[in-house]
Design a protein around this ligand. Structure first.
Ligand code: ZN
Length: 371
């Protein structure tokens, strides 16, 4: 409640700084997600979401998590708790889906007689996946796939999102000259709002992402140690990869927006990462997740190059379920972000039922490929 109140105060404070002509657009930007949530909640409570989304419900579903955090508020709600992971697993199973490996998922997509399934995927190789997620996965006997960028393990990555979060955590005001904005961020609500707005401003622009690291790095104590603090190292990953529930997938070398790189650079991102992981772990790495995964970050060209690099399947973050038709485009498989906080039961059900895609595409095509 305190969070909602301070959030509303922040919006009113920001509205006072807007030019009068911009106020309606700003109000709409604020109100639109709230109206979507309200609509979702009403349909969920009326038990209409499932029947309405029947066309969007496929035999498979790939779910995406990032960090499984010990304290989600401390980390500005950028991930979720182990309790939330457990809740998702129970909801997936209650919806009649088995949780399977990527190989089994691809097999089942090609076999119309097989039972509905879900894949649990985790991006970026955060150390908390081993500490907080694995105990839950072990207890409930759930396989998972970890998509690993080389740079997270070797500490060479420009993890601008970690620098941004650390700066917001430690400051109550942040000036961002590249964005021509100054953010007042004295409390959790204003910090999470600033994080959302700045991430939206980055969009799929690598230069903007890099400008954040340059501007905010000096505000953070020991920015170079951030990746080491949050990510697995080679020893952790080698141990983790040996667990029978774990499949390792690729996630590029440097985790940049691929759409802005040349063909040769994209191919090198894929093959270098694949070779690194295979040499380190002594096992084949056959599936890939594109960094960011949005339409602005990857598309048909990246899918062609992923196939060329030897991957049998690759995941975007386009929302939608997995259908047999996806076997024609196995390098553009949709994947649903479900590992964030806060999350209402209606939002969880919207994703598991297929309703989310109906909404985001305004009742468009059920089989997500490039949208
Ligand atoms: Zn990633």
């Amino acid at each position: 409640m305190t969070y909602a109140l301070t959030n509303m105060r922040r919006v009113l404070r920001e509205l006072r700084q807007e030019r009068p002509a911009d106020v309606p657009a700003r109000l709409w930007r604020y109100a639109k997600p709230k109206l979507d949530v309200l609509g979702e909640e009403v349909l969920y409570r009326a038990r209409l979401m499932g029947p309405l989304a029947a066309r969007y419900r496929g035999p498979g579903i790939a779910l995406m998590f990032h960090e499984i955090q010990s304290n989600v508020d401390d980390e500005l709600r950028t991930g979720c708790s182990a309790g939330h992971l457990r809740q998702v697993i129970h909801a997936v199973r209650a919806a009649g889906r088995d949780i399977v490996t990527p190989d089994e998922a691809l097999r089942r997509l090609g076999d119309r007689q097989s039972a509905p399934f879900a894949l649990l995927t985790f991006d970026d190789a955060y150390a908390d996946n081993r500490l907080n997620a694995l105990p839950v996965l072990q207890e409930l006997d759930v396989p998972m796939t970890l998509f690993v960028p080389t740079g997270m393990i070797t500490r060479e990555i420009d993890a601008w999102w970690l620098v941004l979060r650390a700066a917001l955590r430690s400051r109550s005001e942040i000036a961002l000259p590249p964005m021509e904005r100054t953010f007042q961020c004295p409390d959790l609500a204003s910090k999470t709002a600033a994080l959302r707005q700045i991430t939206a401003w980055v969009g799929t622009d690598q230069a903007r992402a890099e400008s954040l690291s340059e501007t905010l790095g000096p505000l953070v104590s020991d920015p170079a140690s951030l990746v080491a603090r949050y990510a697995m190292d080679a020893k952790d990953l080698t141990q983790f990869a040996q667990h029978p529930l774990v499949t390792i997938g690729a996630h590029t070398k440097t985790h940049r927006f691929l759409s802005q790189l040349s063909d040769g650079e994209v191919l090198a991102e894929f093959t270098s990462n694949k070779n690194y992981l295979e040499a380190l772990l002594g096992q084949p790495v056959e599936v890939l997740a594109y960094p960011y995964g949005t339409p602005g970050a990857c598309g048909e060209r990246e899918a062609r190059l992923a196939r060329e690099a030897g991957f049998k399947a690759a995941f975007t973050t386009r929302p939608g379920h997995l259908f047999p038709d996806h076997l024609k485009t196995p390098h553009l498989l949709p994947r649903i972000d479900i590992g964030y906080t806060p999350q209402r039961r209606s939002a969880l059900f919207s994703r598991l039922s297929g309703f989310q895609r109906a909404m985001t595409t305004r009742w468009g095509a059920p089989v997500a490929v490039l949208d």
